[in-house]
Structures are given as structure tokens and as C-alpha cells.
Ligand binder design. Structure first.
Ligand SMILES: Cc1cc2nc3c(=O)[nH]c(=O)nc-3n(C[C@H](O)[C@H](O)[C@H](O)COP(=O)(O)O)c2cc1C
Length: 211
């Protein structure tokens, strides 16, 4: 069965493209940005630790500071806002804040929460690569969700990985436990994005194991 929502959502997926030229006169209000980030914040994450942070670069002066960091990519000054998606290397410390309210609301038994907290602490203490991998993996889900949420509201975006990570940290005083993942300018396209194609999906599918 195909529902109207399904059609609309599929159109959002297919019509999102990486816009290179934004209308600099179009401005999003803070409330609208918060609503978009709240939608991104609904992304799934391992143990629901919500490994992301959103550095929101909205003032024109702040966007100008970002321009050389993004190697002159004009989207970062022309878009209404740039969200620097950051990944939290200490997401294990979110355990109580993330899971406690679910217990209070009756969504999760206390025993399940206690087990999760034990698992989280064990994993973060014993697997040295995990904090970074989990930060990148889970924050990327929030990043994708943000771009789709924006498109769903008639807005455009462009994921940007081409920027100087160290300089972003220095110039915007990003704390040590947060790592840059990507920049996402959001606004209204001034010029439509270049059309893009995909390798046919059949070439990416393997059924039931590799030979
Ligand atoms: C992690 C990542 C980094 C990217 N970095 C840049 C970038 O620095 N500048 C840019 O213009 N586009 C960047 N892109 C956009 C890609 O070029 C674009 O997604 C791809 O060509 C497919 O086009 P589409 O998004 O319009 O379908 C990036 C995309 C991703 C996912």
C-alpha cells in the first residue's frame, strides 16, 4: 500500500540535493532553527546516548569567520545558518540524562536502564576506538536527519566535509570532547543544485552473504 505520507517522504528524499548557491536575503528565525534541530535530535543513537552537538553559526560575522575555514565555499556565508555537527567523545556521560527520563516516564524499567549504563561504561572503558567511532556514526545519522527535515520544510542544504577541522575547533573554541563531523548550511537555494546520479542500487546489494 502506498500512502500520501510515503509519497511525500520519498519526494523529500529524492529532491534533496547539495545546493551550492543560497539566497543571502532569506533568513531563518532562531525558533525555526531550533525546530529543525529538534527534528534532527530525534535521530536514533546507540544506547540513545545522542552523541551529537550542534554548533549553530547564525550571525553574519560568525559565518564570515567560517568562510576561510571552509576553504572559501560560499554556501557558508550565503545560507541563513550553518550547523556544525559535532560528535561527542564522552557520550557515555549522557547516560543518566538520556535514559533517566525514560524510566521516570515509565517507558523503560529501571533494571534495563541499569544494565545499559553498565554496558556503556564497560564499552567506553575497554574499547579505545569506540568513543570516536560512535561519535562519527551516530552524529552522521543526526546530520542526515537534519538535511531531510530541512527539505521537508521546503529548505535546502549542503553537507560540507571540505573544511579545516582544526581551525574550526580553534576559531569557535570547540571543547576537547567534541569533534567536527560536517558543516550543514541551510537556507533557500538561489540556484538549483546540480543534478546528481547514483550507481544503480543493484550494484550495492549482496543477497545472503558474499561468495
Ligand atoms: C561527508 C560529505 C562531505 C561533503 N563535502 C562537500 C563539500 O565540502 N562541498 C560541497 O560542495 N559538497 C560536499 N558534499 C556534497 C556531495 O558532493 C554530494 O552529496 C554528492 O555529490 C551527491 O550530490 P547530491 O547531494 O546533490 O545528491 C559532501 C557530502 C558528504 C556526504
Amino acid at each position: 500500500m502506498t500512502t500520501k505520507n510515503q509519497i511525500d517522504f520519498e519526494a523529500i528524499i529524492r529532491e534533496r540535493h547539495s545546493v551550492k548557491h543560497f539566497d543571502p536575503t532569506f533568513q531563518l528565525q532562531k525558533e525555526e532553527i531550533i525546530e529543525l534541530l529538534d527534528l534532527a535530535n530525534q535521530a536514533p543513537s546507540s544506547w540513545n546516548l545522542q552523541h551529537w552537538a550542534f554548533l549553530t553559526i547564525h550571525d553574519q560575522a560568525a559565518k564570515e569567520k567560517l568562510l576561510p575555514i571552509a576553504y572559501g565555499q560560499k554556501q557558508v556565508v550565503e545560507a541563513s545558518v550553518v550547523i556544525a555537527i559535532l560528535g561527542n567523545l564522552k557520550a557515555n556521560e549522557n547516560g543518566e540524562a538520556a535514559l533517566g527520563p525514560a524510566v521516570t516516564a515509565g517507558f523503560m524499567p529501571q533494571k534495563v536502564k541499569d544494565t545499559y549504563i553498565e554496558q556503556i561504561e564497560h564499552a567506553y572503558a575497554n574499547y579505545s576506538g569506540l568513543p570516536r567511532e560512535a561519535a562519527v556514526l551516530n552524529s552522521s545519522l543526526a546530520a542526515m536527519q537534519l538535511m531531510l527535515a530541512a527539505k521537508g520544510r521546503g529548505l535546502d542544504s549542503c553537507p560540507i566535509g571540505g573544511f579545516n577541522y582544526g581551525e574550526l575547533v580553534n576559531v569557535f573554541n570547540v571543547p576537547d570532547h567534541l569533534i567536527p563531523i560536517m558543516l550543514i548550511p541551510i537556507g533557500k537555494a538561489a540556484i538549483p543544485a546540480y543534478a546528481s546520479t547514483r550507481i544503480p542500487v543493484e550494484q550495492s546489494i549482496t543477497w545472503n552473504g558474499f561468495e
